[in-house]
Ligand binder design. Sequence first.
Ligand SMILES: [Zn+2]
Length: 107
Amino acid sequence: MKTSTCKCGGNIKQDRCFAEGFLIDCMKCDKCSETLFTPEQTKQLIRLRDANKDIEGKRKIIKVGSSIAALLPKKVEAYGVKEGIVDSIRVLSSNSLEIKFNNDIIS
Ligand SMILES: [Zn+2]
């Protein structure tokens, strides 16, 4: 991983940042928190934005036996999401959960 030096003297390292509501790779100064995006990271943001445009919307949660299941739009199959085990589910914010897969669904 390449590091560079910020104007403030801190080290700029790869990190994860929120941009437009998406959690993406970024370059961040460990001292002043200045955030930059490489051309590849900018492309990643555009791909996430496009994918989100494709699948965003209101969905339902249904009861399945003693569990509940969130119904995802069929379009997510195009991203390699299929029935099976997800890597983890965790709280992301006060009103959202993150469903994490063990491989990238949007590269
Ligand atoms: Zn800095």
